[in-house]
Write a protein that binds this ligand. Structure first.
Ligand code: FE2
Ligand code: FE2
Length: 140
């Protein structure tokens, strides 16, 4: 894989992380109902992970000679906790898929450090997705 193509892909990932940061921030402000305290804690904890992912990607893009995007993917509108959790689950599953592919591309590019970091991020996103799926289960 060419360096330019890898940088472009990492910038798409960064857009996704910026979306995740905005998504967790706004959803945690908006979420209502009896589970609000738990959901706020959950979302704000996830937000810190996404912020670290975004920071890593921005730093790496610059290290590779690129320019980190400031554009976030659009955050889906959601009003109920279930709508929010479904939108979160979709984003987390997408991130896990994207980083799995990106780790392989980083390996093919010959940057083992990047590949290892991206694999760590696959683990984080898989954990986020599994926790979100558990929250969505048996919801009355
Ligand atoms: Fe992330
Ligand atoms: Fe995540």
């Amino acid at each position: 894989m060419e360096k330019k193509a890898l940088i472009d892909h990492l910038n798409q990932d960064l857009s996704g992380e910026l979306q995740a940061v905005i998504q967790y921030l706004t959803y945690s402000a908006k979420v209502t109902g009896p589970w609000r305290p738990q959901l706020v804690t959950f979302m704000q904890t996830e937000l810190q992970d996404e912020l670290l992912h975004a920071q890593f990607l921005a730093d790496k893009i610059v290290a590779l000679g690129g320019d980190p995007t400031t554009r976030a993917r659009p955050v889906p509108a959601a009003d109920t906790p279930q709508e929010m959790l479904k939108a979160i689950l979709a984003a987390e599953l997408q991130a896990g898929k994207d980083y799995t592919q990106r780790a392989e591309q980083a390996d093919a590019f010959g940057d083992k450090g990047l590949a290892v970091q991206l694999e760590d991020m696959v683990r984080d996103e898989t954990h986020h997705a599994e926790e979100t799926a558990k929250l969505l289960k048996n919801w009355d």
